[in-house]
Design a protein around this ligand. Structure first.
Ligand SMILES: [Zn+2]
Length: 292
């Protein structure tokens, strides 16, 4: 499926990705509406991965611009107090956004954003928390289809129609799930199974080398290094990889050279795209390709 993904992602400053076909926004850092302009009115479903300010401060303006007709719904990790606080403030500051919906979601929860398409929330370890406390999420866009059970495949259409009416659709079909797009949010690389067959994977790579994490963040927030991501992707059968959230300490040339080096080292032969520090990319899958 052709996806048009536009976005911006630089560690510490701002991160957001917009999937045009689905009116779907992952994170809402500064600059969302100033870059998308009129396109930002198409945003319908906003999934915020965690409460770090560089992932959410675009919400106020985005929300108030879109509040007049069909305001978007904002989903956030259920145990983060920042979002109820911002919701309250936003509704007092701009009374016309009173109708906007803010919904806390749990690990494993699935939200249907359009018939047959769901976004699933997956807990990650960016902000270490006790069991059951959810403050940081990754997301996955999944196409859920129903296929006819093999025993009915040779029946004429009319009989299938009859069975459908008498027994219901669930009795004659089974569910098939196709992962279309996965978004890591901010996260360490936790296991190599997480993004298996993930379709298009948008993953953070804050650091080029392991061990650079120390002292970078004020709190103990956990991030990924490019090497860890490439090693994981090599074992994960993803179709294409979008890398972002690089630290602005690196030059573009350093980042591209390291991606080349590591993709060879780990034998990653899929198309790789990257969102370099400070860059807004419109249609990343066209404009963000890393030349071989
Ligand atoms: Zn971040």
């Amino acid at each position: 499926m052709k996806l048009t993904i536009s976005g911006y992602s630089t560690a510490l400053f701002s991160t957001w990705y917009f999937v045009h076909e689905f009116g779907l926004l992952f994170d809402a850092g500064d600059g969302v509406v100033s870059h998308l302009l009129q396109k930002s009115r198409k945003i319908k479903h906003i999934f915020i991965s965690h409460p770090d300010r560089d992932h959410l401060t675009g919400l106020l303006q985005l929300n108030q611009l879109n509040a007049y007709e069909n305001p978007p719904t904002i989903y956030y990790p259920k145990d983060s107090g920042s979002f109820p606080a911002l919701e309250q403030f936003s509704k007092r500051f701009d009374p016309h956004v009173a109708g906007s919906r803010w919904i806390g979601i749990d690990d494993g929860q699935e939200i249907e954003i359009k018939p047959g398409y769901i976004v699933k929330a997956i807990k990650n370890g960016h902000l270490p928390q006790p069991n059951g406390v959810i403050k940081s999420l990754s997301f996955q866009l999944i196409h859920v289809k129903r296929k006819l059970k093999p025993e009915y495949l040779n029946l004429p259409g009319k009989e299938i129609q009859q069975l459908r009416e008498t027994q219901g659709i669930a009795a004659i079909t089974y569910e098939v799930r196709e992962k279309i797009l996965s978004y890591s949010g901010d996260t360490p690389v936790e296991d190599h199974e997480r993004w298996k067959d993930a379709g298009t994977l948008i993953h953070e790579a804050t650091f080029l080398d392991k061990g650079e994490n120390s002292g970078y963040e004020i709190r103990e927030n956990k991030h990924s290094s490019l090497g860890e991501v490439m090693e994981m992707v090599a074992a994960s059968d993803v179709e294409r990889l979008i890398l972002g959230h690089f630290s602005s300490r690196y030059s573009n040339a350093e980042i591209d050279a390291k991606i080349h080096e590591l993709s060879q080292q780990y034998g990653v032969n899929i198309p790789i795209y990257r969102v370099l520090p400070g860059d807004f990319l419109r249609d990343i899958l066209t404009t963000g390709h890393l030349a071989k």
